[in-house]
Design a protein around this ligand. Structure first.
Ligand code: TXA
Ligand code: MG
Length: 320
């Protein structure tokens, strides 16, 4: 029997009983549990096989709940919350003492966001506690953007995926931290850098492992298909290098006619980067199922969501 269900009352029951439930958000599906339940949080980590030093994101129903989570909110964080919540912005802030160490991996900061998905907002509204939720994939693999992706990963480990359809944004939230009250990007994501800068001015990006060693979303290889994947600006050249192999192409907008290509997925035939982001992981899941020898992914223009997409593609590839 499928674990995918639209029954929100059952999700509430399970979560109140310290169980883990996969929930939809506008970015990716999350593996959710009560932030105050040791049992729930431990089972999130073990289900994902995630190391305990990786902190989790806390999901709250509205910005007005932020005071229960963060002990201090810089002015620019307030502006960002006002502009983008509910939405694909996660902020790392000084934590309230009531936030368990298990959530924050012992750090004195906590990551928090208000997701923009009506079903999950309803769920959060009805629960007497916030939900911790990392992406609902085994550590290191491609994040899920459809309920079926989660079911394929975890049908034997969890009891329910709350069905909220396909994720509209399709890549993880953008993570912003603060140093001396100034915003720093720790992870590029579904909210474009340019949109953030329009509200708070120029921001610094520190999304490399060496710049932010304790943010594991920053691992160099992450979000990765099991099929060997190459990222290139010159698809024609890359195809030549792999001739004779079963090649899968992941391309932005213009299809290729090439006898060497077994399968190709065009992410947005109209060249719309929002559409491309929303389809990216599903396309990676799909290509990964096709027993290809290699996947060749086309590099995106390095602006707006293209920057975030390139970041994920980079982490999906083996590069020398
Ligand atoms: O879109 C998203 O953000 C999804 C949905 C489900 O909300 N969640 C998600 O969670 O991507 P996860 O656990 O896969 O990624 C969370 C990232 C990790 O890279 C973690 O290191 C970072 O957030 N993080 C969490 N708390 C942090 C903290 N206190 N300081 C720095 N980084 C933190
Ligand atoms: Mg993740």
């Amino acid at each position: 029997m499928s674990i995918i269900s639209k029954d929100i009352s059952r999700a509430i029951e399970l979560l109140k009983a310290n169980k883990v439930v996969a929930i939809p958000t506008e970015t990716v599906y999350g593996l959710a549990g009560n932030i105050y339940s040791k049992e729930a949080i431990n089972s999130i980590f073990t289900t994902k096989k995630r190391p305990f030093f990786n902190p989790l994101i806390v999901h709250i129903p509205s910005a007005s709940d932020l005071e229960n989570i963060a002990s201090y909110v810089p002015e620019k964080a307030k502006l960002l919350a006002k502009a983008f919540w509910p939405g694909s912005l996660t902020m790392v802030l000084k934590k309230q003492t009531t936030i368990p160490d298990l959530i924050t991996a012992g750090k004195d900061t906590v990551a928090v966001r208000v997701p923009n998905h009506s079903l999950t907002l309803k769920l959060l509204d009805k629960l007497p506690f916030p939900l911790a939720a990392p992406s609902a994939n085994p550590f290191g693999s491609i994040s899920p953007t459809k309920p079926e992706h989660v079911e394929n990963y975890f049908k034997n480990e969890i009891e329910m995926v709350l069905d909220g359809g396909a994720c509209t944004n399709g890549i993880e939230s953008t993570i912003v931290g603060f140093e001396n009250d100034e915003p720093i990007i720790y992870r590029l994501g579904a909210l474009a850098l340019e949109d953030i800068e329009a509200v708070v001015g120029k921001v610094i990006i520190k999304n490399k492992k060496e710049q932010s060693p304790d943010a594991p979303g920053m691992l160099e290889r992450h979000y990765a298909p099991t099929t060997r994947t190459y990222l290139t600006s010159n698809v024609v050249e890359e195809i030549k290098k792999h001739s004779g192999k079963r090649i899968g192409l992941l391309i932005f907008k213009d299809g290729f006619k090439d006898a060497n290509v077994t399968t190709q997925i065009i992410l947005s035939s109209t060249g719309n980067m929002t559409e491309a982001a929303s389809k990216l992981y599903d396309a990676m899941h799909e290509l990964d199922r096709e027993n290809l020898d290699v996947i060749i992914a086309e590099r995106f223009p390095d602006i707006e969501l293209g920057k975030s997409i390139n970041d994920r593609l980079q982490r999906a590839t083996f590069s020398s």
